[in-house]
Design a protein around this ligand. Sequence first.
Ligand code: ATP
Length: 352
Amino acid sequence: MATVSAKGVSKLFGTFKALDDVSIDFDDGGFYGLLGPSGSGKTTLLRLIAGFEFPDSGSISIGGEAVERVPTEKRDVGMMFQSYALFPNMSVFDNVAFGLTVRRLPASEIRKRVGEALQLVRLDGLDQRRPHQLSGGQRQRVALARAIVIRPRVLLLDEPLSALDKALRTGMQVELKRIQREIGITTIFVTHDQEEALTLSDRIGVLREGRLVQEGAPRDIYERPNSAFAATFLGDANLFEGAVEDGAVRLAGGPLVRTDDPLPAAGASVTVAVRPERMTVRLEGDDSGPEHNEIGAQVEAAIFAGNSLTYHLKRGDMPIRVFVQNSGAAPVAAGTPVRLTWQPAHTIVVSR
Ligand code: ATP
């Protein structure tokens, strides 16, 4: 187990900056998610930690030791990448044993360790099967057993569950989290699936165009995104433009919206984000409730999704979404003018 740290890391491919001055610490034993759109540099950062690429500037350390010039095989990292190809003509046992066999461990030690790894991923009893006799989820677990059997200090996972269908994926997320907790290994995984990042990670780093734009606990990033990008990439957000006035934000088109966040000087332009589940839809005559912010809008559609309902609304030309729990009540009909209310604490000031 070890701390992994990147300091001021930049990586160029020709003149293209795939990573731009990225600094991030991955604490010992933590489960870290790297999240960002396609091409934002997630895999490149993982490959630099693994030693498949070398930084143009900055430094990477594992367990406090600088590793920029240490070759992959000496870094003591376990890896499971998107294409987790197993050896098709080898048994599950031999696939998992591979890393130990090349390290020339004694046969008895190999048997013991492979047995433990298979037990951990709940595949004991299947050790003589060939990969084609396994389900997708079982193959994934063989790949995971193969990565952890060498007892690496760090586990790197690149889109580990992307090949699985939704149901298997959810099951494997729970398994992955359990296994990571049991062995307590520092784990860094790449995903572009925000739900997966929120479910698995102790901390998340959000990347955009090679830069780390926010880093923190999933809940903190969700509740306090620092930019419009982070607000919309991790979760859904309604964004409003306005100008500071009387310690609040005057939205384009009228209403004054309060926030608990610090604001710049009067007159400054600001963007605020409001999560769709924080807004309440109220009919014209309804009581305003205890929420202090209120804007008018019109319902365009109410989309039923089983346990919840999504309202698509318009305020002038501006689309707004509101999520509500399905209470069993009939939804507000399309075309109805409504008022949307929410609390100042849920008005998040973000950078554009
Ligand atoms: P995805 O979610 O699509 O896997 P990513 O965030 O992992 O994306 P990277 O694979 O890190 O993105 O790539 C970052 C950028 O660097 C991309 O624009 C990619 O085209 C570029 N890139 C990556 N590897 C190379 C390479 N070997 N040569 C040239 N460009 C590269």
